[in-house]
Design a protein. Structure first.
Length: 51
C-alpha cells in the first residue's frame, strides 16, 4: 500500500485522546470515557491514524 494517495494520508503517531474518541464514534464503535481511551490508545497494539 502506498502511504501517499490522493485522498488519504497515514499518520504513524498516537492520536490525542480527543481524536481517538472522535474516531471511535465516527467509525461506529462504542463511546468510551477519556480514561478508557487512554488505556486503549496506549495499549500494546500499534496505532496508525488515516487522515
Amino acid at each position: 500500500m502506498n502511504a501517499s494517495t490522493n485522498h488519504y494520508r497515514l499518520v504513524a503517531e498516537t492520536p490525542t485522546v480527543e481524536t481517538y474518541l472522535r474516531l471511535r464514534v465516527a467509525s461506529g464503535l462504542s463511546v468510551k470515557t477519556p480514561e478508557a481511551a487512554r488505556v486503549g490508545r496506549d495499549g500494546p497494539l500499534p496505532v496508525i491514524e488515516v487522515a
